[in-house]
Every structure is written in structure tokens, then in C-alpha cells.
Ligand binder design. Sequence first.
Ligand SMILES: [Mg+2]
Length: 398
Amino acid sequence: MRITHIECHVLVQPAYDVTAASSAQDDIVVEVHTDEGLVGVGETDVNPWIARACITAPGTHNMGLGLTELLVGADPLEVEGLWERMYVGTAMNGRRGAVINAIGALDIALHDLRGKALGKPCHALLGGAVRDHVTPYASLQPETSSFAEFRDSMVEWARRAVAAGFRAVKAEVTLDGPYAHNGLREPWERGTELLAAVRAAIGPGVALLVDVQYAFPDADTALRVLADWEGLDLFFVETPLWPDDLDGYRRLAEEQPIPIAAGEWLTTRFEHLDLMRRGGIAIAQPDIGRVGGLTEARRVCDAAAEHGVRIVPHLWKTGISIAAAAHLAAVTPHCDYIEFLPAELSESGLRKDLTSDELRMVDGVIPLPTRPGLGVELDRDALEAYAEEARRVGAVLR
Ligand SMILES: [Mg+2]
């Protein structure tokens, strides 16, 4: 079997808002085609036009080859070998950043393809499942313009998530900092008030995760705020500091007790190793597409095990990424949760529409996917509708 061509679908949902603090309103979906008619599907979480350029651009010399030309003609079953080929072949343009994000989409598609070709779910080909289900947590990110509304919506969403069966919820508390919603600029004492209200609403038996989205300018500020949260039994606080402040992360690990999670933007195991070794994080959050695909996410998980670091993958895209995360979690003993937003709690139409037979939560857990490959099916009507919107938005941008 040989790879014949690669299709890139840039997708955008209507009412595209570049000021929104959510990357779930657009997508790039790749399809890797073969001469035997089998097709693998992948996606990644980055500006989809940039990812498409990374995949379709021709190479210029032997240290900066094009991703498409590196794959066409190759045997798609040699997934790990193809990862090396893409990584080394694009070295002068890539090694980090958007090229690795794009490799991630292609690598996920290759894992899907290999599973379909061999008639096995991806997790069976990643070494075999160590559990029969994965546990999702619900990300809660109400869009509001006042603090009172934000707090009350967060509490209401948390209640709904627990009522729907979730055993863990994550409050996206963006009161200040670079990604504060709708201009909210609130003192962090109000964050304490909000989290206490959520904890009271969900009770002691549900895990409470907090994402502050890079809010704190330095470790001293973060330490002052986190000191007020010690009584809230938080499972982790996510990305308190800018990802380059590795020494700041180290101080949070050493000077306060709440576990710190980070890693959603990082590419390759090498960046994750810096965060684990120098930053001292307790939980690594590889985003499977961004980090470089299932092949590289698996290596991050292996490195985490060696460093006593737990895994909770980041995930803000469609059913393709949900499936990829479920397969990764299936083979990762030290993975506690996967990020998951059921369609009824999502404001993204793309997430709801793009894949059919999406994985479902039953009694608070997601049974492992059993179909060959990732086990997802693209909804062709939705794909075409969102691609048409992307063409319209792309034309306006030009
Ligand atoms: Mg986050």
C-alpha cells in the first residue's frame, strides 16, 4: 500500500470571531489517501491556513522538504518511521511550532490508516489498552461580560456537568491576564470566591480542575493567589505562568502544594522534557495534534512516567481529537482524565457536527473505542458546509 495524495480541509464555523478565547471555531482536517482506497483522518489545533501551508508547501532543499512530498509514495504502515522522516526532512523549517502541529495531523491520520488496514483500533497497535474505559472531565468556559454572570454561569455549568455524570470539571477562570473573556479585569480574590462557589455546588466527591490561561505575570503573584486556594482541594491549576517561564514553574512546584499542570501548546517531547525537568510540573498536558501526533504524544507519556509526572491531555477540537485522546489514554496507565466537552455543553457547532458516532459518556466514563483505526466517521455534509464558510472567510481575509 502506498500513499497517493493528501487532502487538507480548512474549516470555519459561521460567526467566526477572532477575539474569542476558543480555538474550537475552526479546524484543519487532513485525509491521507492510499492506492488501496483506504483513507486516514487527522486534525490539529493551530491556525488551519498555516497548517495547510505547512503541509502543501513544496520543499526548497534537503533540510527543508515539503511534508506532502515526504509522504507521497511511502508505505503508510511505517508510522513511526514516517514521523522521523517528516521531522528530519523539514528540520530547517520545523523542529518546533506550526510544522510540528501539522505533522501531528498527518501522524494521527497515519495511525488511523494503520488501524483500518490491520482491522484494529489504534490503542491495540500502540501496545495495548491498560483499561477498558477512560474518564473525561468537562471544560467549563461560559462567555459572559460581567463577573457576577460569569460566576453564576460557571456554577450552573458545573452543576449541569455533574448532573450529566461527570466526575471531574474544569473551571476556566480567566478573570485577568492575556485571555480574559470579554474584557473582564477582576482581582483574583474574586477567583477565590468563584471557585469556592463551584466547589460548594459540586460537593467534595467531584474533582475540581482550574485553568487560569497564563494569567499571572510572575511566580510571586501566582504564589499569593494560589495560597488562597489551598483549601479548595484542587486537582490541578493549569498554566498559571507563561510557558517560557520555566524557572517560575519550578518555584510553584517547590513553594506551594497545589499540583501544577501545563504543556497544551508545546511541540515534541523535547519541550515537554524541559517543562518536566526544569519546570517541575506535576501533570503534563500534551495536545495530541499540536505535540506532533499520537507517535510523539506517546513519547511524552513515556517521558512523563520516567519523571513521575501524570498525564491529562489537552483537547479543544472535534471528535477526531477526542478519539485520539481516548486511544492515548487507553494505553497510558498514568493518564487520569481526558478533556471532553459533550455536545450539549459545547458552543462550537463544528465540534457537534463534524464527526458522527462520536464517543459517548456512560455513567461518567467513556468505553474504549473498538472500531478499526480511530473509529470516527466524518460527516461529509458538515465538512462541506464548514469548508464553504472557510472559503468565504479566507476570501474576506485576503
Ligand atoms: Mg488551557
